[in-house]
Each structure stands twice: as structure tokens, then as C-alpha cells.
Design a protein around this ligand. Structure first.
Ligand SMILES: [Zn+2]
Ligand SMILES: [Zn+2]
Ligand SMILES: [Zn+2]
Length: 360
């Protein structure tokens, strides 16, 4: 027993020393961010623990900068120090997602208007048709780029859409605008940092960031997490109308008007453009839409609407731009898929949920 106690005491002492050492190394700047994350940023200790059941000292650290939210755990001791969770790039111990490879393809995840189709409480012909192409979830699209899956908007139906398409991982998100039907599925990306090893990059304009910070205030709170993955880990990347790069791909934003009060962004990636939630293309944006193979365009219904293109308006835009093909999205329950496509020109058709397009 004496020997056992001795061993235990030695272990406890050694743990204490190692825990203190770990914190000291961080405090003294000996352990630097670059050791783990490849950047030269300093880190500072926040809390130190000894995880007795692992016999390892642990230290919670954060960058020395002003972002108090970012926290990492460093586990030291007899094993190599490892970072198990946090914010930065790259992270070890990421999980491998089960996911379909969609490189070279685009999927229309949702093509419905803000309330979706069928619409709650509606007994109309389209809502009750049961036809799969009259089932429209809220608008979203994903591009399978060489460096990952680029999602445009996070609608309330996002979880269902990703499961339906077998998509286990989203590498980055672009936002068109801040309306509820385009942002209220963002929490579904809470699992992504496990796979990515870093927070989910969100490319958006300032007004969208403000809305997201308000709507998801818990994701930006200062309190430490209760457990890993408790809140979405998000990282904003500000965009405007200048071209930018995401996932190694050049993206051209397109300013669009969405009724009298809202401005949105469309996005062009190669020769494919996604322009939802708009009823007016300002003069400076037309040249950015020339020479397209595929134009995905707002086409709500037959009757005019104050914030969306109706079919006649969308057809006029397509006729002016002459893309190889136009697919209409953000579709209301007033349009039956088959009937409407039969009367539309062959190169201008209603899109449907789950539709895939090969990227050229
Ligand atoms: Zn919308
Ligand atoms: Zn209906
Ligand atoms: Zn909108």
C-alpha cells in the first residue's frame, strides 16, 4: 500500500508540476499559437485544470488579442500536447464526416418561396397535389467546388435538405441577404467545426452579419461553453460587390434590388449565377451576368409582386441576358411544376428541389 500511495503521490505531484508548467509556458509565451495553428499569434492562459482521470494537465487558452470568445484546450502531460477543440486553423482530431462527393455539381437544395410549398393551412391544387416537384423547401443552393461544399444561404429547412442529399459537410456559406427564410437554419451547421477543425466561414455583408449576431446571440456570447459543440462556431468574412475568393474559387457578387427597401447579393461562380430574391437588376449588374451557361433566377408566380420577379419579368431578364439555360426559383404555390414548365420556353424552366446541374 505504501508503494501504491507513493506512486499516487508522485503522480499527483508530477501532474501539478506539469499543469503549472503548461500554464507557465503559455503565460511566458513559450507556447505559442503557431505551435498549434501555424500563425504567430500569442496565446494566454484562462484556466488550468488537472484532468485526474486522464492524468493529464490541461489548460484553456485564448489568443492574446481582443477576441475573448475564442478558446482552446491544450492537453499536456505524458502524451504529446494536443488541442482537442477550438477556433483556428488547422485543428487536430477532426472527425471524418460521412458525405456524398458533389464536386463538379451544383444542387438546388430548396426552390420554394419564404413559406414553402405546400403552404401551411392551404388546400389549393398545388399544395395538395402530392407531386414531388410541387414540394418546395426554402431557397438554398450548394456548389461542389474542388476545395469543398459552398452553401448559399441557410434556410429553416437546411437540416432536412442536407440529409436528403447525403451532404455531411459544408465548408463555407455565402449569404444573399438577411431575410428569415435565408438565415434561420444556421444552427444546423453547429456540427461542422467537428469536421472542419475550425469555425464555419460566413461570407456576408455587414447588414447580414448584424442580423445574424442578433438572431444567434448565444453563438457570440462570452460565457465559456458548457460542452463542445454547444453553440455554432462561426467566423464572419465581410464581402461587398468586389470579387472575392472562397474555397479557392473566385466569386463575383452581383448587386440586386429586392423591392423598395432591401438590397441583396447574387453570386456568379464561373458561368453559373444564382440570383434569388430580386425584382430589379441595377444597371451596373447586367454586365456581370453576361455569357452565362446557367442563370438561376427569382420567379415567384404569374402575378407581379413587390419584391420578387414574376414569370413574365423573369422571362424578359432571361431573354435579355441569353444564358444557355434559366432555372426559376423562390417559387410560390401558385405555380404547378408540370403545367408551368409546359407553357414556359424550353430554355427557361421552373427549378425543383434536389435538381443537380453539372458545373462547367
Ligand atoms: Zn426569400
Ligand atoms: Zn397552396
Ligand atoms: Zn428575401
Amino acid at each position: 500500500m505504501v508503494v501504491m500511495d507513493d506512486q499516487r503521490d508522485r503522480q499527483l505531484h508530477s501532474d501539478r508540476v506539469q499543469t503549472a508548467n503548461l500554464a507557465d509556458q503559455v503565460r511566458l509565451g513559450k507556447l505559442r499559437w503557431d505551435r498549434f495553428f501555424g500563425s504567430a499569434e500569442e496565446i494566454r492562459p484562462i484556466r488550468t485544470f488537472r484532468l485526474a482521470w486522464w492524468y493529464r494537465p490541461a489548460c484553456m487558452v485564448a489568443p492574446a488579442g481582443p477576441n475573448d470568445k475564442i478558446r482552446w484546450w491544450i492537453f499536456g502531460g505524458r502524451n504529446v500536447r494536443r488541442v482537442l477543440w477550438g477556433d483556428g486553423d488547422p485543428l487536430v482530431d477532426t472527425r471524418k464526416p460521412s458525405t456524398t462527393d458533389i464536386r463538379g455539381q451544383l444542387i438546388l437544395l430548396g426552390t420554394g418561396t419564404s413559406v414553402g410549398v405546400p403552404t401551411i393551412g392551404c388546400g389549393c391544387r398545388v399544395c395538395t397535389s402530392g407531386h414531388p416537384r410541387n414540394q418546395r423547401t426554402r431557397c438554398s443552393v450548394v456548389f461542389g467546388l474542388p476545395e469543398g461544399n459552398l452553401l448559399i444561404d441557410t434556410p429553416p429547412d437546411l437540416r432536412f435538405q442536407l440529409l436528403r442529399e447525403g451532404l455531411g459537410v459544408i465548408h463555407a456559406v455565402l449569404f444573399t441577404h438577411e431575410h428569415a427564410d435565408h438565415i434561420f437554419g444556421l444552427d444546423d451547421l453547429r456540427l461542422m467545426p467537428f469536421f472542419l477543425g475550425h469555425p464555419v466561414p460566413l461570407y456576408c455583408e455587414e447588414i447580414v452579419e448584424q442580423r445574424l449576431r442578433k438572431a444567434y446571440d448565444y453563438a457570440f456570447a462570452q460565457e465559456p461553453w458548457t460542452h463542445t459543440g454547444a453553440t455554432p462556431q462561426l467566423q464572419f468574412r465581410r464581402i461587398g460587390t468586389e470579387p472575392f475568393e472562397a474555397l479557392g474559387t473566385s466569386i463575383l457578387p452581383i448587386r440586386l434590388h429586392h423591392g423598395p427597401r432591401f438590397e441583396v447579393l447574387g453570386f456568379r461562380i464561373g458561368n453559373v449565377a444564382y440570383c434569388t430574391d430580386t425584382n430589379k437588376i441595377p444597371a451596373e449588374s447586367w454586365p456581370r451576368l453576361e455569357g452565362l451557361d446557367v442563370l438561376i433566377l427569382d420567379g415567384l408566380r404569374d402575378r407581379p409582386h413587390v419584391t420578387h420577379f414574376c414569370l413574365d419579368e423573369a422571362v424578359a431578364v432571361a431573354r435579355r441576358l441569353r444564358p444557355g439555360r434559366t432555372l426559376l426559383t423562390h417559387i410560390s404555390h401558385e405555380l404547378d411544376h408540370q403545367e408551368t414548365n409546359a407553357r414556359l420556353p424550353a430554355d427557361i424552366q421552373l427549378a425543383y428541389d434536389g435538381q443537380r446541374i453539372l458545373l462547367s
